[in-house]
Design a protein around this ligand. Structure first.
Ligand code: 0PR
Length: 350
């Protein structure tokens, strides 16, 4: 039987997935059949998971992290909401997040029976602290800040949001699913060392160059992770804090291998390459006469008309729009300068 070939990354410009690092691919293949959800039966992958969480802690300014390798940013966001809800006493919990938050918070609110309040963003597309303050009340269990938004790569004012959350008796969650592997090389204040962040999502399977599925959920305090744990009577281990039960050892092992290989020098080099590419393609859009949203992280949005986007798509470019219709290019590791040059040639000729 002929197995279908996977999608090539040669023309993929808007995805947040990428070609895994060769060491990560190799590790994923070797640990495919192990299940970190059952750590006493599969201790080798479980030990790798502990080390991977330790490395994520190092990257995010947290000395003694509590967490695990999740299936991705969606699971981390659901778990942040779930933990905050479980720790609170209100019967009518709400979560306040900026409008720029990823749609996974809608899923979290839906499955957990929590009200989601969406605050305004400012002219620079960052969460507006005044708007957040206006929405927080005694039933607020969690405030969310995004460190690298899905559509524009913006970093919210995390220290200010942490103050607002804690003044209201709520927790502060940072969604660094995409930004977490580039932000260590910038001057932004986004991590556990910069502010009183309680939980964070950070995805090795995005800029971290691990194989899918590899997300990260981190908590500063053990009690916050423990608020997620259920008893597991028929396993040798006694409790489980993850949302999934059986999960792939591939994600865990590949996250470990990618970070072992690339943190910090390899990630720094990748950030510099990606950021330079983002600035290059932003200039190319501008010289074609399009308005560009300044790439503060390696993600560019340009106001390109729909017909042009469709013409690019029909030439094989995998490009998707933002909610307001801009064409979005995410400078992931597989997005090379020569790919962008050939894209810019097509853009110009259209
Ligand atoms: N938080 C942020 C800030 C994100 O950008 C994303 C995903 C998530 C959470 C959710 O992460 P998971 O998808 O890992 O659960 N943002 C991209 C999006 O939804 C994900 C994506 C990835 C889209 C690859 C397309 C694609 O080909 O747009």
């Amino acid at each position: 039987m002929q197995v279908a070939a996977p999608q090539s990354f040669r023309r993929v410009l808007s995805s947040m997935c990428t070609e895994p690092h060769p060491a990560a691919r190799d590790a994923a293949e070797r640990f495919l059949a192990s299940n970190p959800g059952d750590p006493t039966t599969y201790p080798a992958v479980s030990a790798l998971e502990d080390e991977a969480v330790g490395m994520l802690g190092e990257m995010t300014g947290l000395e003694n992290p509590h967490g695990y390798i999740a299936s991705g940013g969606t699971e981390a966001n659901i778990q942040a909401v779930r933990s905050a809800r479980n720790l609170a006493t209100t019967d009518t919990p709400n979560v306040v997040a900026p409008k720029s938050a990823h749609f996974s918070f809608q899923k979290a609110a839906d499955v957990l029976g929590v009200e989601l309040r969406l605050a305004e963003v400012d002219a620079n597309r960052r969460a507006n602290p005044d708007s957040v303050t206006g929405m927080v009340d005694e039933d607020t269990v969690l405030v969310v800040g995004i460190a690298g938004t899905t559509e524009y790569g913006r970093v919210d004012p995390i220290p200010a949001l942490a103050d607002i959350a804690h003044d209201a008796g709520a927790l502060l969650h940072v969604d660094a699913a995409w930004g977490g592997f580039v932000l260590p090389f910038t001057d932004y204040e986004w991590n556990f060392g910069h502010a009183e962040v309680d939980t964070m999502g950070i995805d090795p399977h995005k800029m971290g160059q691990a194989a899918v599925p590899a997300g990260g959920f981190l908590a500063r305090e053990k009690r916050v992770l423990d608020a997620l744990a259920v008893e597991t009577p028929y396993l040798e281990s006694t409790s489980q804090a993850t949302l999934t039960g059986t999960r792939s050892g591939a994600g865990v092992a590949s996250a470990w291998a990618a970070m072992d290989e690339l943190w910090p020098a390899g990630y720094r080099k990748q950030y510099e390459r990606s950021q330079a590419n983002a600035e290059w393609i932003a200039d190319a859009f501008e010289s074609c006469g399009y308005d560009v949203v300044d790439p503060v992280l390696p993600l560019v949005a340009a106001d390109v008309p729909r017909e042009t986007v469709e013409a690019l798509q029909s030439r094989g470019w995998r490009v998707s729009p933002t909610g307001s219709g801009e064409l979005r290019i995410v400078c992931m590791p597989h997005v090379t300068r020569s790919m962008l040059e050939s894209f810019a040639d097509d853009l110009e000729s259209i």
